[in-house]
Design a protein around this ligand. Structure first.
Ligand code: EPU
Length: 338
């Protein structure tokens, strides 16, 4: 366990913003941390945040609180039936290492979520999603430290209230729980999801569609479109795709017949924010050291590596204003701005 004062977070956020936290605590043994947490309850009465790889955070200033960083990485099969595996991973395991492990085990379902930055713990808080799949679809149970009585509790996937980039951990259990492990119910018999247009494009007539094929296709698509955070600081999609009702949708479609959207079949429509930003001409647009990614306008980057969090926030605000003026839409950041 580490407990360090005035700690640089530069390597702990994928935007590579150089800010300090007042206190930084990391742990690779859950029970050692649990004992520590019980003895230091005051930490959780003040400002704190739990971080994985910091792949969804934008620090605009020093963090004057405690950063808790789980580094527990144990992975294994808890149970199996004829059709399923229950696979458990501790929170600190890198998400993509976990996905690779599951596929090596021949436990299927997470292949569409390949190469998403972050950790297993963060995956359920954020309900990560890509290429037609959301992690919540496969979560059997989540184990968390309850910060009211410092007992490890279990919640079922059904009770996690998963929705688009959202879960109970961002709402009712916000600041009340630290996710320590997740159980996933994965298929023994592959059910490849190839509905997403980008994946369909990778499929030729003679190809054998296996989960490993999907993983490779997703890795290829992501590498082509999205900047590698190890090379260019970024946090994936900066904004959520806005969800609008039919009246607003009809109005937009009339004005912008090329609009990219997904019909959610509940009277609501999800609009592709990347397209909205793109048609405003923002691709490649620079502000101070920050910029809009040239291949995916939904991704903001720390282009020079020297941008400060507030520069990226200013760029986001310039985009938000333009989208409000042109489309009458108010987008929400997907990234947590601190
Ligand atoms: N588009 C443009 N120009 C752009 C970007 C997108 O015209 O600059 C169009 C695309 O051609 C496509 C549509 O917008 O028709 C949607 O784009 P894309 O398929 O790239 O997906 P997205 O909606 O922009 C979402 C997730 C991504 C996820 C992809 C793939 C959100 C906020 N983002 O992006 O997740 O990888 O779908 O499923 O839901 C993330 O959350 O960080 C993330 C990268």
């Amino acid at each position: 366990m580490n407990d360090i004062l005035n700690y640089s977070l530069k390597s702990l956020n994928t935007f590579k913003i150089d800010v300090n936290a007042d206190r930084f605590i990391s742990f690779d043994n859950l029970y050692e941390f649990l004992i520590f947490a019980k003895e230091n309850k005051n930490i959780f009465k003040q400002k704190f945040i739990v971080t994985g790889e910091g792949s969804n955070l934008l620090f605009t200033k020093d963090y004057n609180g405690t950063v808790i960083h789980p580094e527990t990485k144990v992975f294994g099969v808890l149970n199996e039936t004829d059709t399923h595996y229950i696979v458990q991973s501790e929170a600190g395991l890198k998400w993509d290492d976990f996905v690779e492990n599951t596929l090596k085990l021949e436990a299927y379902g997470l292949e569409n979520l390949s190469l998403i930055p972050g950790t297993v713990g963060a995956s359920v808080v954020q309900n990560i999603g890509a290429y037609g799949v959301e992690v919540g679809d496969f979560v059997d149970k989540v184990k968390y430290i309850c910060l009211e009585d410092f007992v490890i509790k279990t919640i079922t996937g059904n009770d996690c209230q998963f929705s688009y980039r959202n879960s109970i951990f961002k709402n009712e259990l916000k600041n009340k729980a630290i996710v320590v492990a997740v159980d996933f119910k994965l298929n023994k018999i592959p059910e490849c999801n190839t509905n997403y247009a980008d994946i369909k494009r990778c499929i030729s007539d003679n190809v054998d569609i296996t989960p490993m094929f999907i993983r490779k296709a997703v890795i290829d698509i992501r590498n082509k479109k999205l900047p590698d955070p190890d090379i260019i600081g970024n946090a994936g999609s900066f904004f959520k795709n806005p969800v609008i009702d039919k009246t607003k949708f009809d109005e937009l479609l009339l004005k912008f017949p090329d609009l990219r959207y997904y019909d959610l079949h509940n009277g609501k429509y999800k609009i592709a924010a990347g397209w909205l930003i793109d048609v405003c001409g923002f691709k490649g647009f620079e502000h101070k050291g920050a910029a809009v990614h040239e291949k995916q306008a939904l991704v903001l980057i720390n282009k020079t590596g020297k941008a400060e969090g507030k520069d990226i926030k200013e760029l986001a605000d310039i985009i938000l204003k333009k989208l409000k003026d042109k489309f009458g839409l108010s987008l929400e950041p997907e990234v947590i701005i601190l």
